[in-house]
Write a protein that binds this ligand. Structure first.
Ligand code: ADP
Length: 593
């Protein structure tokens, strides 16, 4: 019970936790991925837009035409500044915005970072010779159009041998007016973005990659190949597709992944996080182990606690229960000993008080029975004496009719005498005052005498009584007179409760040597009795009440007295019986050493 109360809630809570956590786990995985992607998008976006911001110049020149348009050294100085200011800018140029000038839409100067230079420090102009050389015409390109309009431009990602690139552009204005007089355009290397992406961590095995609108992998935290054509990327890059998606599918190497993807419209990229399910869900396994470990620990705790509580609660209750059984047997001398220091100890004390009260009550009752029986003894004996005198004509002649009644009264009186004697014997037994004088005794003659004594009764009922002695019967340590009393009672009962047996009524008496004692069996084929009756048979005043025993008189004290006598002689008595089949009463007596 304790176990159930303690463990069931823990087990249920564990199952509930695992169930609900499993349910919300997918959402959690997606949200972890989303957070990471958002963070990366933030980093990538600010990387690109910071670079574009740095291009938006305001130039403090008094005469644009003289100091800027016609002075290449100033342009070169500014381009160098742009390139040196941001290591990711590999190419920068100014484009003329005045439609009135012949160079409209064309590069007026350009600087390329030396691709071969590892430090990226070598910078040169295409027109190194100092000649006014017209470079590329960008009149119809979006970066020119957007920047000329006064806005910053960030182009789509494209690929070169050196990695992914993006074109950025910004307007150039004088610092005293908003008029755009040139566009500064640059090529930005996205290698740094690749570094940002590849550094990201997602559990143990998860990774992030970025794909452009041709599904080409621009940057990746894992070597997943040049392009990615899975459902996620395709769905994200499809026209009018949702901006973010979450799905589970097999990745480039056939591994089941929990994926989350987002489309960044500004730079036309899809950022996807793929987290192998085995890794993403391993947290669930950990949780399961933790829940099981916790449940086991709780189990051990509950078992220990149950044992402690059982000792504290159950043991004293058991002691009380045993105490009631002892009292039920009529013994009031065994108080219960409960020392729990709580209400149960108080209950034990109350129980002992009650037992003490019952003991006093019993002593009073025993005393009353003894005095009453003792006082009855003399008058019933006197009645018997005077009735016998009348019956024997010693008080003058008596008619036969009167004699007939006198005999009936005599019979009733002898039953009364018997009852009085039994009551006195019971009172003595209760007071522990049964007198027994044990001596080495041969039981056989006692049995034979008793059979002879009861012969008139057994003959009257046509009962065949047999007796089988043991060859070389050992002597017992017993009181011969008391053994006779016992036998009269038991054999007398067999005769009394023989019932009607068409096949012949029998009482067989025989002995057996067992465990150092002589056992005497008295077996009859009489009425027998039920198991419940057998259990109560040796109790005071107990009589079996069936339709067969209804007319048979008795006190219910005989077997109680017999048991006290046998036990006083260190023997024991028991019965085996079956209703309608008969009974075998057996008693043992210790052998003479
Ligand atoms: P009593 O015979 O005075 O009633 P006992 O104590 O001698 O009292 O017997 C108790 C009861 O046991 C009897 O009332 C009787 O119902 C039952 N009993 C005793 N001996 C036998 C027997 N041999 N066969 C059947 N019932 C018996």
């Amino acid at each position: 019970m304790m176990f159930l109360i303690g463990v069931l809630p823990i087990a249920l809570a564990g199952i509930f936790i695992i169930y609900s956590v499993t349910g919300s786990h997918r959402a959690s995985v997606a949200s972890i991925e989303e957070n990471l992607i958002n963070q990366k998008i933030e980093e990538v976006s600010s990387f690109v837009s910071d670079a574009a911001d740095s291009l938006e110049l305001r130039v403090g020149l008094s005469d644009i035409n003289k100091d800027f348009r016609n002075d290449l050294s100033n342009q070169t100085f500014l381009l160098k500044g742009a390139i040196n200011g941001n290591p990711a800018i590999v190419d920068a140029s100014f484009i003329e915005t005045s439609a009135l000038l012949p160079n409209f839409g064309k590069e007026t100067s350009r600087i390329i970072k030396d691709g071969n230079s590892t430090g990226g420090a070598a910078i040169f102009t295409r027109n190194a010779a100092g000649e006014e050389e017209i470079l590329r015409d960008q009149r119809n390109l979006p970066q020119f159009a957007v920047a000329k309009g006064g806005a910053k431009y960030i182009g789509p990602v494209y690929f070169t041998a050196d990695g992914p690139m993006v074109t950025i552009a910004a307007p150039v204005r004088p610092n005293n007016s908003d008029e755009v007089f040139s566009v500064l355009t640059a090529e930005l290397s996205l290698s740094d973005m690749a570094r940002i992406i590849s550094k990201s961590k997602l559990g143990q095995a998860g990774y992030i990659y970025v794909a452009d609108n041709t599904r080409r992998v621009v940057a990746s935290g894992k070597d997943i190949g040049q392009s990615e054509d899975n459902t996620m990327v395709r769905s994200l890059l499809a026209p009018n597709a949702p901006r973010q998606l979450s799905a589970r599918y097999s990745n480039y190497s056939g591994q089941e992944v929990a994926a989350y993807g987002k489309y960044i419209p500004g730079i036309n990229l899809a950022v996807v996080a793929e987290w192998p399910v085995s890794d993403a869900d391993s947290i669930l396994d950990n949780l399961r182990y933790q829940v099981i470990a916790f449940a086991l620990a709780a189990l051990v705790g509950v078992i220990l606690l149950s044992v402690l509580l059982a000792n504290k609660i159950v043991r004293p209750i058991k002691a009380l229960e045993e105490g009631t059984e002892v009292v039920a047997k009529g013994k009031f001398d065994e108080p219960v000993n409960i020392k729990t220091g709580d209400e149960i100890e108080d209950l034990g004390a109350a129980f002992n008080k009650m037992t003490e009260g019952l003991k006093q009550l019993q002593a009073l009752k025993d005393e009353f029975v003894f005095i009453a029986a003792h006082e009855l003894k003399t008058p019933v004996a006197a009645i018997k004496g005077y009735l016998s005198i009348i019956n024997d004509d010693l008080a003058g002649p008596v008619s036969d009719k009167v004699k007939e009644f006198i005999v009936k009264v005599l019979n009733a009186n002898s039953r009364l005498i018997r009852l009085v004697e039994d009551l006195l014997e019971v009172a003595r037994a209760d007071a522990g005052k049964i007198k027994i004088d044990v001596a080495p005794t041969d039981i056989a003659p006692v049995v034979e005498e008793t059979i002879g004594e009861l012969k008139p009764l057994s003959d009257e009922k046509s009962i065949r009584v047999t007796y089988e002695k043991l060859a070389g019967m050992p002597k017992t340590l017993a009181d011969g007179g008391r053994v006779r009393e016992v036998l009269v009672n038991i054999i007398g009962n067999s005769i009394k409760y023989i019932g009607t047996k068409p096949g012949g009524k029998t009482i067989d008496i025989y002995h057996e040597l067992k465990d150092g004692a002589l056992v005497t069996h008295i077996k009859d084929n009489g009425l027998g009795m039920s198991k419940e009756a057998q259990a109560k048979l040796f109790q005071k005043f107990y009589r079996v009440a069936t339709k067969d025993t209804i007319g048979i008189t008795g006190t219910g004290l005989g077997l109680f007295i017999v048991k006290q006598i046998i036990e006083k002689m260190n023997g024991s008595i028991w019965v085996e019986s079956e209703e309608g089949q008969g009974s075998t009463f057996s008693f043992s007596l210790p052998l003479e050493n």
